[in-house]
Write a protein that binds this ligand. Sequence first.
Ligand SMILES: N[C@@H](CCC(=O)N[C@@H](CS)C(=O)NCC(=O)O)C(=O)O
Length: 216
Amino acid sequence: MQPLELISFKLCPFVQRSVITLLHKKIPFNIQYIELDNPPDWFLAISPLGKVPVLKAEGQILFESAVINEYLDEITPPSLHPATAIRKAHNRAWIEFGSNLLISQYLLATAKTPEAVETQQNDVLAKLTILERELNHTPYFNGENLSLVDTAFAPIFMRTALLSRYLSIDIYQKTPKVRTWANALLAVEAVQQSVVTNFPELFIDFLKKSNSYLVQ
Ligand SMILES: N[C@@H](CCC(=O)N[C@@H](CS)C(=O)NCC(=O)O)C(=O)O
């Protein structure tokens, strides 16, 4: 089989989900970075929505991080998903919830006025409260074993850790179970290795260039 090729943008949390899965399952892969504000023609030609991640595998082009992760998981047993259909479906629903939370977090990080920060922060807090009610296991979402839900949420928690010093509140104050889960995921080697070494600087620089009110 040809090595897997992942097309990435260094700051993209959706790509990071796939990188965590690849690293955790020790799947060999090559990674190629592009700039999303100046995407190369070859990328636009293969990416149906012009978005990363894109995975080149077995002569095919895959897109959508959740789908890429399912593929990576299926080709490398044992699965990171729970065993039963009902628990798998439940986990997939929470992965989708994680995508929504990522977008809320992005809107908070790039909000341009104090009013917008307040609105977006309330949205993030509301979603964390919903998540808190769902958390019943430790250290990971389903208990002892890291799963695809964990790989989907870890990028959110990494960005929250960087944003926390700019927020006027402790974002996890009312969601202690989310805080414990976040800390467990940030200690996982595959999570720590899933971004470029200067990720914190790149992330903050990107927000400054986006005229973020929080990070000015
Ligand atoms: N639902 C997609 C979202 C991917 C996504 O939004 N990627 C962003 C970067 S983090 C992107 O490529 N944006 C470029 C654009 O929208 O033109 C997934 O889960 O893979």
